[in-house]
Design a binder for this molecule. Structure first.
Ligand code: SF4
Length: 236
């Protein structure tokens, strides 16, 4: 059933300007207990959100969409971060072998139909995995891209509430948090990858570019589709 807009208004009014740790504690423990999951790419800044989630409940369900096209460094980093933070609820979801064979047998689809590739490798597996939850948490922030400047803390995403506790954090906030808690970096960040997705669709970012400028270069595409346009209390 679609989420009524006044539910989002109320959440935004109560928690839309609260610190991320407060938003996470309230949504994980009080508002959606047992009915909320974190979705993480285990990318460049994922450790910040996951560290705060682990401090509240390390058994929180964390969904990692394993597209089959990730950098090997991301898979290694995922496993290292799970151990470092003591996360016990991480689940990998992704396309079936039959879907890969039928829809992208030669692994070229990202080069000629990235929307179709994201649809079967990311959007559909995540949609199946989220069916058992009422809400999910993302680590998106406004500074990451011009397309995210209006990102609210609470959104309606179809039949789910989507929570973006770090929406207002700056690049400096993220860096300070990483340093304070000595969080391990994704190994590709040092090579200039500031936003890390699948290997065929991720490139190094030049100085002055948006952190997400290296995603789907050459295509008129800025999001994979799991963060589709959603309703927010501001109507943005
Ligand atoms: S990011 Fe690229 S490789 Fe990954 S699912 Fe989307 S199009 Fe395919």
């Amino acid at each position: 059933m679609p989420i009524p807009t006044d539910v989002i208004f109320d959440l935004q009014r109560r928690l839309g300007y609260a610190p991320p740790s407060h938003v996470l504690a309230a949504t994980l423990r009080d508002i959606f207990p047992g009915r909320i999951a974190v979705v993480s790419s285990f990318g460049a800044e994922s450790a910040v959100l996951l560290h705060q989630v682990a401090a509240i409940d390390p058994a929180t369900p964390v969904l990692f969409v394993d597209t089959g096209r990730h950098f090997p460094e991301t898979i290694d980093y995922r496993d290292r971060l799970i151990a470092h933070l003591g996360l016990s609820g991480v689940r990998s979801v992704g396309p079936s072998a039959e879907e890969v064979a039928r829809l992208d047998a030669d692994l070229s689809r990202a080069t000629w139909d990235p929307d179709g590739c994201c649809a079967f490798r990311k959007i559909e597996p995540l949609s199946r995995a989220l069916a058992g939850f009422d809400a999910w948490i993302s680590g998106r922030k406004r500074f990451q891209a011009r397309t995210r400047l209006d990102l609210p803390v609470f959104e309606i995403d179809g039949e789910h509430v989507k929570v973006n506790p770090l929406a207002s954090w700056s690049e400096g906030d993220v860096a300070a948090y990483v340093a304070r808690h000595r969080l391990p970096p994704h190994p590709l960040v040092a090579q200039g990858y500031l936003s890390i997705g699948c290997a065929p669709c991720t490139s190094i970012v030049a100085p002055g570019e948006d952190p997400r400028a290296g995603r789907w270069r050459g295509f008129d595409k800025t999001e994979c589709g799991i963060h589709r346009s959603t309703s927010s209390p501001t109507g943005k």
